[in-house]
Design a binder for this molecule. Structure first.
Ligand SMILES: O=P(O)(O)O[C@H]1O[C@H](CO)[C@@H](O)[C@H]1O
Ligand SMILES: O=c1cc[nH]c(=O)[nH]1
Length: 234
């Protein structure tokens, strides 16, 4: 057990899928895993371990924002030995060519800052996905007939951003979408020598202002979960 995770040693699988939303963790575990067992509920942050095609998998919430992701990723890696961490998150589209429910594979993640800022000091570190996972996710999506967008995303510290000029700069530089955790996940995976990837589903659109309801964000992003599982176990 750790400060934030109540699982016993051995109850967390080497492969962990991480939605921000703990209820998405429950839905994904109950929908896609065989024999899912609740292994954490400290602070209401749910984690489940089961199997997918015979492979052990944990699906554990990260909470919203990079500080929360940092707590769970650090404990999962350092205390439970997680080796592959795949964020399964929602995101806001920043390009007109990207539509609601499209899937984005985050090759790299731009940010204004991350919790690792102090650690890196003068280094402007470029957080990036594990290429093997990225390539496997791309293939898993293609095999399912799901079109993906692959590229740079924006990991923001704010959901309600009053700096609209920043969004335009991101859009003008080809950034695909905005979310709030991937950059720090990639920083931590690099630091600890483990594999990281973010597979995202577009839940709303910063240009068209379209948005899906919260129930859809919790329970309807199955393609993203199957792509993440297919990437982990190609
Ligand atoms: O749906 P999740 O995975 O939580 O991801 C996105 O949704 C939350 C904001 O609504 C942030 O955590 C953002 O990254
Ligand atoms: O962080 C996020 C997630 C979904 N949609 C957004 O606009 N921002």
């Amino acid at each position: 057990m750790t400060v934030h995770i109540g699982a016993k040693p051995g109850q967390i699988a080497p492969t962990v899928l991480m939605p921000g939303d703990p209820y998405r963790a429950r839905w994904a575990a109950e929908t896609f895993l065989d024999n899912p067992v609740l292994v954490n509920e400290v602070r209401g942050m749910l984690g489940f371990t089961g199997t997918w095609r015979g492979n052990p998998v944990t699906i554990h919430g990260s909470g919203m924002g990079m500080p929360s992701m940092s707590i769970y990723a650090n404990e999962l890696i350092s205390e439970y030995g997680a080796k592959t961490l795949i964020r399964i998150g929602s995101a806001g589209a920043m390009q007109e060519s990207i539509k609601l429910r499209d899937v984005v594979l985050a090759q790299t993640a731009t940010s204004l800052s991350t919790p690792s800022r102090g650690f890196f000091r003068e280094i402007n570190f470029a957080p990036c996905a594990d290429f093997g996972l990225l390539a496997a996710a791309h293939k898993a999506a293609a095999d399912k007939g799901v079109t993906t967008h692959v590229g740079n995303i924006y990991s923001s510290d704010v959901f309600y951003d009053d700096r609209k000029d920043l969004n335009k700069i991101m859009t003008d530089h080809g950034v695909l979408c905005v979310e709030m955790e991937a950059a720090e996940l990639y920083n931590l995976c690099a630091r600890h020598g483990v594999r990281g990837l973010a597979v995202l589903t577009i839940s709303d659109h910063l240009i068209t202002q379209e948005a899906l309801p919260s129930a859809d964000r919790e329970r309807s992003f199955g393609d993203m979960v199957e792509i993440a599982l297919g990437a982990a176990f190609p």
